[in-house]
Design a protein around this ligand. Structure first.
Ligand code: ADP
Ligand code: MG
Length: 400
């Protein structure tokens, strides 16, 4: 067992070294399929190296043709498994004591929920990162059972208008565990019970949301049941307000405690975040509730941007406290934490403006990670020429 332990430890060290070399914030871009057959895609080129060229089919924008460079780009045909495969090492590092944050960014309808939660319909192929990641953690926990004992707890909250709501609150009318009756899922969602205060945390091991209900999970079935409950509570809450779903952030957190044979313990967490839509809301037209919403979304998304930029510049002050979202994710952004951003874009021409703005933000974030001497510092011109060269080569290869 000792020899086995040593090999596992060595593997783990190597593995984390590779992960660390890649830096702290990774950016994967994902482009969903075109849904309207008559629409031309804005995607001109996707390189295996993470390069991407978009063009404006309507020729209305000044940024008519633009190149970007990310760590990975997943095109419209990429499967959930392919996407997860590239995410798995990061997810697994939570079992080695790293805090990990994976978040999906992009305009409404660009595929954030598809990536994180999957699309309903049920077949395994459509399961999202949330399911695949948690399933993998249980698998890893089982693989390591002779050298490590793990315990996992799950929380799920929604942030809407700077209010944090427990999606797994133990309402008296909701059967907590193990969901004796199905109909209890549909019991009314009580705000009195589910609205939460949020504290900042002073150490990486502290839970920012100490008062959110914490559910011990021992199998993927437990997780599925809790995710269902969370989704239903979210649906119930959003039924009252139009578009609430796209205007709120949902955060699924898994806390991992581990103890190895020598008695050494670790505590870490994995945040899986489906962000509110990043589209700019026409504030001129919005009044009352609508305006308040728009300001809050802009606020928490722009706070997230501020935090990421402050981390990039290695500022001594990181403005985590400016929004509920960044406060909640504090221990998994920066420091020793590992962060992955999925930048989602819709390929239709009429989304071109939002697509460019998502890609520009994502590009800034990925430049962060690679630092000063990175290849991302290459001018857009060079990137564009490179991409063009590759696309010409591909065209030649196709002919040949
Ligand atoms: P968002 O959460 O960003 O608003 P959704 O994930 O709800 O967007 O996606 C919008 C629609 O597009 C959904 O019907 C979803 O099933 C579908 N969709 C998104 N991404 C993909 C994809 N990669 N492949 C197939 N369908 C997708
Ligand atoms: Mg969504």
């Amino acid at each position: 067992a000792q020899k086995y332990h040593k090999v596992v430890q060595e593997n783990r060290n190597l593995y984390n070294m590779v992960q660390d070399l890649k830096g702290n914030i990774r950016v994967y871009c994902r482009i969903r399929p075109v849904f309207r057959a008559e629409t031309e895609s804005v995607i001109d080129f996707i390189g295996k190296d993470g390069s991407l060229v978009v063009v404006d089919p309507t020729k209305l924008h000044k940024d008519g043709r633009k190149s970007f460079q990310f760590h990975q780009v997943f095109g419209p045909t990429a499967t959930q498994e392919e996407v997860f495969k590239e995410t798995q090492p990061l997810v697994r590092s939570v079992m080695d004591g790293y805090n990990v944050c994976i978040f999906a960014y992009g305009q409404t309808g660009s595929g954030k929920t598809h990536t994180m939660s999957g699309s309903s319909g049920g077949s395994t192929a459509e399961k999202g990162i949330n399911y695949l990641a948690l399933n993998d953690l249980f698998q890893l926990s089982n693989e390591r059972k002779y050298i490590m004992k793990y315990e996992m707890h799950m929380q799920m909250v929604e942030i809407y208008n700077e209010q944090v709501r427990d999606l797994l609150a133990e309402d008296s009318s909701i059967t907590k565990y193990p969901f004796a009756s199905k109909s209890s899922f549909f019991s009314p969602f009580s705000d009195a019970i589910s609205l939460l205060e949020i504290q900042g945390c002073s150490s990486d091991n502290e839970f920012a949301l100490q008062n959110a209900s914490m559910h011990h999970v021992v199998s993927i079935t437990d997780v599925i049941n809790l995710m269902k409950l969370g989704d239903i509570n979210r649906a119930v809450a959003s039924a009252a307000i139009n578009d609430r779903r796209s205007r709120s952030h949902s955060v699924l957190t898994v806390h991992v405690c581990g103890e190895d044979v020598s008695g050494t313990t670790l505590n870490s967490c994995l945040h899986l975040v489906d962000l509110a839509g990043s589209e700019r809301v026409d504030e001129a037209g919005a009044t009352g509730e609508g305006l308040r919403e728009a300001q809050h979304i802009n606020k928490s998304l722009s706070c997230l941007q501020d935090v990421i930029m402050a981390l990039a510049q290695k500022n001594s002050y990181i403005p985590y406290r400016n929004s509920k979202l960044t406060l909640l994710l504090q221990n998994a952004l920066g420091g020793r934490a590992k962060t992955l951003m999925f930048a989602h874009v819709s390929p239709e021409g009429d989304s071109f403006g939002e697509t460019i703005s998502t890609l520009k933000f994502a590009q800034k974030v990925s430049t962060v990670e690679l630092g000063a001497a990175s290849k991302n510092k290459e001018s857009n011109e060079v990137l564009e020429l490179k991409a063009e060269l590759e696309s010409l080569r591909a065209a030649l290869a196709n002919k040949g």
